[in-house]
Each structure stands twice: as structure tokens, then as C-alpha cells.
Design a protein. Structure first.
Length: 218
């Protein structure tokens, strides 16, 4: 039997610790060697770059287990070439873990993307959202043709994920892996909070031929 899920309004510091104990019991009841295998090491085939939004947990929405997905999350799943945190995660994933897939996953209804569409000052995060506004500027001609506000919002979510995936393949990390013959695919997805389904944006990249000449290195 699975541990009872705690309602959001009932979550406290103490219930989190108790929830951990309940989860451990469930895992051991289902597989007595679960933690022995988990502690032996990791070899996840996937790196997930997603939004920090609490409603978009990588393992749950892909029905995968602990150890299956290496995860990096930030506000609005932004991929920017100056982010040493993201680059360190990418480097470790590609060169040490040897992941076979890197997925940049956005989600409809993303608060960060919505804030980037507005003109109100939010705080220090405005500097981070600038990266999403750059995506808008890059696709300004297309965005100008979309009159419905919700559709425009959704499309910027999609474009942000697509541009994020493009920024991944433009890194020296990924290009070096491809140059060395490593099997690696980069994808852009968008998750729907309303349906629970993932939309594949069909922009998968698998080799150096997918890198624009201006960004090729080495």
C-alpha cells in the first residue's frame, strides 16, 4: 500500500519528515534491495532541463524512477550560454554520465514566460527574464501575427523551449561529444498542466549538421 498523500494545506516541516519515512517503507516493501541498488551509482540516460515550477516534476510526468533522469531546473527552463550552473550540469551529464538524451522542457502557463511578456518590474528576476524577451525579439515577426493573448503566451512558451534546445547544441560541450562520435540527441518539449500530456516540438538534433555555421566550434 502506498503512503497517503498529504494535502498541500496540511504540509508542515514534520509531515515532510514523516512522509520520507513512509516513502522509504513503501520502497522497501516493494523492493527490499531498492536503496542498495540506488546507492550503488547512477547511469541515467536522460538530462532534463526544466522549470522550477512545483507542478512539473520530471520523474512523475514521465513515469520514471529515481536514477532514471538527471535534472536541472530554473525559472522558466532558460538555457543561456553564460550560466555556469547549467553548463556544469550539462558537462557532467554528457561527459561523465554519458546521457543519450538532453530534453529542454517548458510548460504552458509558465509564470516566468508570462512575466517576460509583461512590462512590469518584478525584481532581480527581471534580469533573468531578459533571456526570454530575447527569444521574443528573435521571433518578433511571428509573435506580432498572433493577436490572441493566450495563444501568444503559449507560443512564447514553445519558442523558449525550442531556443533552449538550440542553445544546448551550440555549446562546445555537445559539439565536442558529437565530434567524438558520442550518441546524443537534444529535444524540446512542452508540458500541459491542463492535460498532463507532453508535446514534442519536433526539433530533435543528433549531430554537428544541426549546428548553425555561426555557432560551430572546434
Amino acid at each position: 500500500m502506498c503512503a497517503k498523500t498529504i494535502e498541500t494545506q496540511d504540509i508542515t516541516y514534520e509531515t515532510l519528515l514523516q512522509g520520507n519515512k513512509d516513502w522509504v517503507k513503501d520502497m522497501i516493501d516493494n523492493d527490499p534491495a531498492f536503496f542498495d541498488k540506488l546507492s550503488a551509482g547512477q547511469s541515467p540516460p536522460v538530462l532534463w532541463i526544466g522549470c522550477s515550477d512545483s507542478r512539473v516534476p520530471a520523474n512523475q510526468i514521465t513515469n520514471t524512477k529515481p536514477g532514471d533522469v538527471f535534472v536541472h531546473r530554473n525559472i522558466a527552463n532558460v538555457v543561456v550560454h553564460t550560466d555556469m550552473n547549467m553548463l556544469s550540469v550539462l558537462d557532467y551529464s554528457v561527459n561523465v554520465l554519458k546521457v543519450k538524451h538532453v530534453i529542454v522542457c517548458g510548460h504552458y502557463g509558465c509564470g516566468g514566460v508570462k512575466a517576460a511578456l509583461g512590462d512590469k518590474q518584478v525584481g532581480i528576476i527581471d534580469n533573468w527574464l531578459r533571456n526570454i524577451r530575447d527569444v521574443y525579439r528573435t521571433h518578433e515577426r511571428e509573435m506580432a501575427t498572433i493577436k490572441d493573448a493566450e495563444q501568444k503566451f503559449d507560443r512564447l512558451v514553445e519558442l523558449n523551449a525550442i531556443e533552449g534546445a538550440a542553445n544546448i547544441i551550440n555549446t562546445s560541450i555537445v559539439q565536442a561529444a558529437w565530434a567524438n562520435g558520442q550518441e546524443l540527441a537534444v529535444h524540446a518539449w512542452v508540458y500541459s498542466l491542463k492535460t498532463g500530456l507532453i508535446k514534442d516540438m519536433k526539433v530533435t538534433s543528433t549531430g554537428l549538421n544541426d549546428v548553425a555555421p555561426a555557432f560551430k566550434v572546434g
